[in-house]
Structures are given as structure tokens and as C-alpha cells.
Design a protein around this ligand. Structure first.
Ligand code: GLU
Length: 278
């Protein structure tokens, strides 16, 4: 199967040096495998999405010399695909409606959760409806989130192209997770799993902060009857204090660097020197 990779930025801020490094690794892996690269615009989060960030993203990627052969894929144009996937999960009884707030969940988790700051706590099992409870039809429920019921106790494994064997136990390391939000938008987990599977991606290259999401996405991909891609998680770039780069590090935004006279050659040259592929 020919290699097919993707870059999947979210237009919720300006791209920074850390994005460039992950994207460079993705592009190198596609190039070395003689494959193709897609650009996916993860533009579903209407609360944080901004059109000027999409333009800036395309401009920054072009400035660095990234290229893709096929038209850019906007997630906002693929809602019917995600809805079809949701219907499939619903028909298989793998999801349930949830009216709990984020706060309810946080208050109910007994132990302070140990995941990273960005990770969600394990969904309290007492909030789950019984497995045999009849599901309300989709579309007739208002103000509910839909969650995926994880197979408690099952060990999910995958071999990461960079970090080697990875394992997590469903229900212990991560719990029932969001697939559809009450504002009628698919979650990142669902849209990403559907796209990676349906767009024929053979290897997903992204930041190491998403390793835990991979377990969730593997469950979704399996439930939807697709074959899973390979995964390669790129080590995160840290700032001088050892914290991961975030969109708030304005000095490391690609556009700021460009304004200060840094060239793409300098940036990519640095990646080439410091990054040992694969
Ligand atoms: N759009 C997501 C982000 O920027 C990345 C998704 C992915 O690569 O799976 O965090």
C-alpha cells in the first residue's frame, strides 16, 4: 500500500516552531517512503476557529516549503461522514447519551487524575447507563453529549514508530470519551478516527501529546470496521523551562520568526541536524 500521510493543524492560533518540527518529520517520512501527504484543516471547533488563522496556517506552511498534492480537506465539509459514523456506533449500541457537565465528572472522580493537564479524567462508571438500557434515538435528544462506552479491562496495544510498544487499559487509563458534543459537533476523537480511516492514511505522524488519544481512536476505528493506520508520535519540543511549546509562545510563532528575518532554511536545517529519523 503506498504511503499516505497527513498534516492536521487546527486553525485556533498561529503555528509555532513545534508544529513546524512535527510537520517536517511527517513530510520527511512521506518523502522517504515515496508517498503522498495530505493537508487536513481541523476546523470543527467553532468556538476557537478563526478564518484568519486558516489563511495564516496556509501561508506559514507554504513559506516553509510544505506542499500537498491533493486539495486541502476541511473537516467542516465532512459532517455527513461523521454523522454516518455516529449512526453506526449508535446502531451497534456502543455509545450512550450523557448530560453530565465537565464539573460533575471532575467532582465525581475519586482520585485526583494522573493524566497530563490536557487529558480528561476517567469517566465515572456510576454515571454510565446500564449496557442494556434502550438508547434514545439520535437527533431526538437535546443538550446531551454522546460518549463511547469503552470495553472495561481490555488492553489496547499498538507499536509506535518512534516510541515502540504502547499499551493502555480501557476503563483504567482512560474512560468513556466524547464522540459528539451537545452543540451538535463531532469530537476530535471521532472526526480524526473517521478521517484517518476513510482517507486511507497509512501512517499518522503527530505530537507525542496525542498518544493517549490514539488508544481511543483505535477503538473507534475498530468499531467502525476499518483497518488502523500506523502511528508515529513525534517528541514534543520544549521551551527553555522544559515546558511544551504552546500557541501562547508568540516569540516562537512562525510568523514572528519570519518577521525577525529567520529563514526557512535555518529552521529546517536545525530540524535536520537535531532529529534522527525514523
Ligand atoms: N488538529 C489536531 C491538533 O492540532 C491534531 C490532530 C492529529 O494530528 O491527530 O492538535
Amino acid at each position: 500500500m503506498p504511503y499516505r500521510g497527513r498534516l492536521a493543524p487546527s486553525p485556533t492560533g498561529h503555528l509555532h516552531l513545534g508544529h513546524a518540527r512535527t510537520f517536517w518529520i511527517a513530510a520527511e517520512r512521506a518523502r522517504l517512503a515515496g508517498g503522498t501527504l495530505l493537508l487536513r484543516n481541523d476546523d470543527l471547533d467553532a468556538r476557537r476557529f478563526r478564518l484568519d488563522f486558516v489563511e495564516a496556517m496556509l501561508e506559514d506552511l507554504g513559506w516553509l516549503g510544505f506542499a500537498w498534492e491533493e486539495p486541502v480537506i476541511a473537516q467542516s465539509a465532512r459532517l455527513p461522514r461523521y454523522r454516518a459514523a455516529l449512526a453506526k456506533l449508535h446502531a451497534a449500541g456502543l455509545i450512550f447519551p450523557c448530560t453530565r457537565t465537565r464539573r460533575d465528572v471532575l467532582e465525581a472522580v475519586a482520585a485526583p487524575h494522573e493524566g497530563g493537564a490536557d487529558d480528561e479524567p476517567v469517566y465515572p462508571p456510576q454515571f454510565r447507563p446500564p449496557a442494556d438500557a434502550p438508547l434514545p434515538p439520535l437527533g431526538e435528544t437535546v443538550n446531551v453529549n454522546w460518549r463511547f462506552r469503552v470495553p472495561d479491562g481490555e488492553e489496547i496495544v499498538f507499536s509506535d514508530g518512534k516510541f515502540g510498544p504502547q499499551r493502555a487499559v480501557a476503563g483504567r487509563d482512560f474512560g468513556d470519551f466524547l464522540v459528539w458534543r451537545k452543540d451538535d459537533v463531532p469530537s476530535y476523537q471521532l472526526s480524526c478516527a473517521v478521517d484517518d480511516a476513510e482517507l486511507g492514511i497509512t501512517e499518522v505522524v503527530r505530537g507525542a501529546d496525542l498518544i493517549k488519544s490514539t488508544f481511543r481512536q483505535l477503538l473507534l476505528i475498530r468499531a467502525l470496521g476499518h483497518a488502523a493506520p500506523a502511528y508515529y508520535h513525534a517528541p514534543l519540543m520544549l521551551d527553555e523551562r522544559g515546558e511544551r511549546l504552546a500557541k501562547r509562545h508568540d516569540a516562537l510563532a512562525l510568523r514572528t520568526m519570519r518577521e525577525r528575518g529567520v529563514t526557512p532554511k535555518e529552521i529546517l536545517g536545525q530540524f535536520e541536524r537535531e532529529t534522527m529519523l525514523p
